[in-house]
Design a protein around this ligand. Structure first.
Ligand code: PLP
Length: 424
C-alpha cells in the first residue's frame, strides 16, 4: 500500500475494507498491552536467587557490616561493577538505591539549586536555563526538567545519535543551555547507539558551553544487547579526558532491567568535582544506601562475566518478542510509505514513525480495539510530537502470541488512520 500513488477512489475503497477489518477486531474484545518498557515476570525470575543469597553473611569484602548505617558511596564491590558498566574507575562511581532516575533527579536538583561548582553556578541563577532533549526520547527525563521548571529544547535524533551540527550550533548561540539528556546505547525509544564521532563531539561540548553545562549520560541499556557482536559504545569519559572536559558529563546506569526492576542498584559516575557536589546533597537526605541489597547483587553478579551470562538469558527471552514485532512490521509495511522503523540491536523498544498527523489516531484506534500503546507524544517534551508521528512499541511483557495479536491490530490501525488522514 502506497499512499503517495493512490487515487481518491483507491483510498475510499481501502477505507471501506480496513473499516470492516477494524470492526472484526472490535468484535474480538481484545485486552493487550504494548506500553510498558519493563521486564516480564520470566525475566524477573532470572534473579530470584537474590532472595536469601546472603544466607546470614552480611559482611562486604572489606568487612563492612552492610546492615548498619553509613557508606554513602555504596559498597566497594558494587562501585566496581558499576565502574565496569560505565567505563570508569571505581573511585568515580557511587552505588545507590533502586533507581537511577532518582539519582538523575538528585543530580538535576544539585545542578539547579546548589550548583556543581558552588551556588554561584546553580542553574536557578541562569536566566532561561534550558536542557537539550534529543527526540524522540524518554518521557521521565522530561518530567525531571518540568518539575524543576527547566525549559526543554528539542534536537532530532539521527542514526548516529543527536544531530550534532544542531547541538553545537545551539550551544554556541545560547549559553543558557545548561544540560542535555542522552541515552547513548539502545536509545529509548529509537534503539540508536551513538557513534564514536558523536561521543567525541558530545565530550567536546564542555569547551563551548556554559561552565555549568552537564550532559546527563543515561546509560540505562549499557549491557542490554540482543545480538552477538553487539555495537560498541565509545567511552565518554575517555573522550572527556582527551577534550579536557571531565566535569561536563554525569553518567547513570542501574540493574533495573538486569535483576529485579523495582529492587535493583543504581549507579552514578562522574568526575571527583561532580561527585563531591552530589555527595553534599545526597548526604543531607540519607546516611547511606541499602548496602544489603548491593551485597546481594554482588553475590548474584560478582563480575562482568557473570553479568554477561545473565544478560544472555534476558536476550533469549526478549528476542522472540522483538522478532515478532519486526517480522510483523516487515510484512505489513516494508513495501509501503506508511511507516518507518529501525531494527535495534538491544534495549527495550522499537520506535515507529507513522505518516505525519497519524500517531494519535493510531493509538486511539488501537485503544478502542483493546490494544494499549504508549500515548502518542509521550516521547517528546511536554507530550507534544509536532508532527504527530512517533509511537513507541514495548514488547517485552506480553507473550509472543500476544505480541503477534497486538501487531495484527497495530497494522490495521496504522493503515486505517493513514488512509483516513489522507482522505481528510
Ligand atoms: N533511563 C531510561 C532511558 C529508561 O528507559 C528507564 C526505564 O525505562 C530508566 C532510566 C529508569 O531506570 P531506573 O529503574 O534505574 O530508575
Amino acid at each position: 500500500m502506497r499512499l503517495d500513488q493512490a487515487t481518491p477512489e483507491q483510498l475510499r475503497q481501502w477505507e471501506t475494507e480496513l473499516a470492516a477489518q477494524y470492526q472484526a477486531i472490535l468484535d474480538q474484545k481484545l485486552n493487550l498491552d504494548l506500553t510498558r518498557g519493563k521486564p516480564s515476570a520470566e525475566q524477573l525470575s532470572l534473579s530470584d536467587a537474590l532472595d536469601g543469597i546472603l544466607a546470614g553473611d552480611y559482611k562486604a569484602a572489606d568487612g563492612t557490616d552492610t546492615r548498619n548505617y553509613g557508606g554513602l558511596d555504596g559498597i566497594k564491590e558494587a562501585r566496581e561493577l558499576g565502574a565496569q558498566v560505565l567505563g570508569l574507575d571505581a573511585a568515580n562511581v557511587m552505588a545507590g538505591g533502586n533507581s537511577s532516575l532518582t539519582m538523575m533527579f538528585q543530580a538535576a536538583m544539585t545542578g539547579y539549586q546548589f550548583g556543581f561548582n558552588g551556588v554561584e553556578s546553580a542553574w536557578k541563577n541562569i536566566d532561561g536555563a534550558k536542557f537539550l532533549c534529543p527526540v524522540p526520547g524518554y518521557d521521565r527525563h522530561y518530567t525531571v526538567c518540568e518539575q524543576l521548571g527547566i525549559e526543554m529544547v528539542t534536537v532530532p535524533m539521527t542514526a548516529t545519535g543527536p544531530d550534532m551540527d544542531q547541538v553545537e550550533a545551539m550551544i554556541k548561540a545560547d549559553q543558557s543551555i545548561i544540560g542535555m539528556w542522552c541515552v547513548p546505547k539502545y536509545s529509548n525509544p529509537t534503539g540508536v547507539v551513538y557513534s564514536e564521532d558523536t561521543v567525541a563531539r558530545i565530550a567536546a561540548l564542555g569547551k563551548i558551553a556554559n561552565p555549568a553545562f552537564r550532559v546527563f549520560w543515561d546509560n540505562a541499556y549499557a549491557v542490554h544487547d540482543l545480538m552477538s557482536n553487539p555495537p560498541q559504545l565509545a567511552n565518554i569519559m575517555e573522550a572527556c579526558v582527551a577534550a579536557g572536559t571531565e566535569d561536563s558529563v554525569l553518567q547513570f546506569a542501574s540493574t533495573s532491567k538486569i535483576t529485579h526492576a523495582g529492587a535493583g542498584v543504581a549507579f552514578l559516575g562522574g568526575s571527583a568535582n561532580n561527585l563531591n557536589a552530589f555527595r553534599k546533597v545526597l548526604g543531607t537526605t540519607t546516611i547511606g544506601p541499602d548496602k544489603i541489597n548491593q551485597l546481594r547483587h554482588m553475590k548474584l553478579l560478582p563480575n562482568m562475566d557473570a553479568l554477561s551470562a545473565h544478560m544472555q538469558k534476558h536476550a533469549d527471552i526478549i528476542n522472540p518478542r522483538f522478532e515478532a514485532v519486526l517480522s510483523k512490521l516487515d510484512a505489513a509495511f516494508a513495501d509501503s510509505d506508511l511507516g518507518a522503523w529501525e531494527k535495534p540491536a538491544g534495549g527495550y523498544f522499537i520506535s515507529f514513525d507513522t505518516q505525519p498527523n497519524c500517531a494519535q489516531a493510531v493509538v486511539k484506534l488501537a485503544a478502542d480495539a483493546g490494544v494499549k500503546l504508549t500515548p502518542a507524544g509521550a516521547t517528546f517534551p511536554y507530550g507534544k510530537d509536532p508532527e504527530d508521528r512517533n509511537i513507541r512499541l514495548a514488547p517485552t511483557v506480553p507473550s509472543v502470541a500476544d505480541v503477534n495479536a497486538a501487531m495484527d491490530v497495530f497494522e490495521v490501525c496504522v493503515k486505517l488512520a493513514s488512509v483516513r488522514t489522507k482522505l481528510a
